[in-house]
Design a protein around this ligand. Structure first.
Ligand code: PLP
Length: 379
């Protein structure tokens, strides 16, 4: 079985797992226990992880909160900001049609329940937003602009520096869902001008169920209201006993990502190009987002005239890939990302996402291609 679904989730890297293991057993203390060494050891491990994650994204350790993953970080960022800014500044949010459901569903929730006005920016055929359209949409009442750094389905990377300049000129705040970008491209919150950033361990060889939210404390100072109360952990912004082993894993994964970023990019880029070349030469395909700047590991391919659900059926047992976003793949509707890029329903239904990882080899790609050749022509 060849796994090419690394944008959905990654395995925990052996060096990450090794760092986590003691925190399930002998170092099991509660990071909030201040009266004994069990607690101190746990607290110190959490602080180390904070430094490691901060090092990866170029922020200060105090600007990070640990969460259960990106979905929670996104909810805390958008709803936490909404609670404080909407009564004072305005009720307008700008986002983009190709965002992950974690962002879109929160925006929809605020529209329905709290009277938010949300602008959903279009993208062009390559999945990039139009900077001029963003400029035109910003008003004095825009409290937040939420644009993802890299798309989970196509890998398309948005021009974040240009976006942040415009958002800040208009006096607003920029959040970026960087769940797919972290560990795949260099991310520095100061260089990119991001004020709130969400990340998730299981997308970059860390454990599932742990992530982080970066929020800027000055220029601009971003204030948030907590969503989860009870115990006052993490400066009252996210209560609940810290998942120490998970946080240690997140920190170790951040270090792993930082040390291996260049290798990861060049390895996966070569293999991804090889995969696309093989498919383009032998099948009638369209590569979605091909002309845009993309993550090196991601390829979203439409197989004209063939339903992706049927393709998945005939390759099952041999290759693990996904159609649409993995998080929504149980719902059979065309990918909202590909639809926003102008694909017809038929072409959206004919699309498969290949996402490569650390362990992917050229032999894997050749085998994938052989399986497709052998089984696809029957469709
Ligand atoms: N945002 C993006 C772009 C994602 O790809 C995902 C997961 O697929 C999420 C958010 C949600 O992350 P989590 O699984 O950590 O809640």
């Amino acid at each position: 079985m060849i796994y090419l679904d690394y944008n959905s989730t990654t395995p925990v890297a052996p060096e990450v797992l090794e760092k986590m293991l003691p925190y399930f057993s002998e170092k099991f203390g509660n990071a909030s226990s201040s009266t004994h060494s069990y607690g101190w050891v746990a607290k110190s491990a959490v602080e180390t992880a904070q430094q490691q994650v901060a090092g990866l994204i170029g922020c200060e350790a105090q600007q990070l909160l640990f969460t259960s993953g990106s979905t929670e970080a996104i909810n805390l960022a958008i709803k936490g900001l909404w609670a404080l800014y909407s009564p004072r500044k305005g009720k307008h949010i700008i986002t983009c049609k190709t965002e992950h459901k974690a962002v879109l569903d929160v925006c929809e929730f605020l529209e329905k329940k709290a009277g938010a006005r949300v602008t959903y920016l279009d993208v062009d055929a390559n999945g990039s937003i139009d900077i001029e359209a963003l400029k035109a949409a910003l008003t004095d009442e825009t409290i937040l602009v939420s644009i993802m750094l890299a798309n989970n389905e196509t890998g398309v990377i948005q021009p974040m520096r240009a976006i942040s300049n415009i958002v800040h000129d208009a006096g607003s705040i920029l959040m970026s869902d960087a769940t797919q970008a972290i560990g795949k491209i260099p991310v520095n919150v100061d260089e990119l001008g991001i004020d709130l950033l969400c990340l998730s361990g299981h997308k970059f060889y860390g454990p599932k169920g742990v992530g982080a939210l970066f929020f800027r404390r000055r220029s601009p100072r971003v204030a948030l209201e907590a969503l989860i109360h009870g115990g006052g952990h993490q400066r009252n912004l996210r209560s609940g006993t810290l998942n120490v082993a998970g946080i240690v894993g997140l920190g170790a994964a951040a270090e792993f990502a930082q040390n291996n970023l260049e290798n990861f990019q060049s390895n996966t880029l070569d293999l991804r190009d090889f995969l696309e070349q093989q498919f383009t030469e032998h099948f009638q395909v369209h590569i979605n987002g091909k002309e845009a700047l993309r993550l090196a590991n991601t390829s979203n391919i439409s197989f004209s005239g063939k339903a992706a659900s049927r393709i998945i059926e005939v390759i099952k047992g041999s290759i693990a890939v996904s159609t649409g976003s993995a998080c929504t793949s149980e719902v059979m509707e065309p990918s909202h990302v590909l639809k926003a890029m102008g694909l017809s329903d038929a072409d959206s239904y004919a699309s498969i996402r290949f996402s490569l990882g650390w362990n992917t080899t050229k032999a894997d790609i050749l085998q994938v291609f052989d399986v497709f050749k052998a089984r696809l022509n029957d469709l």
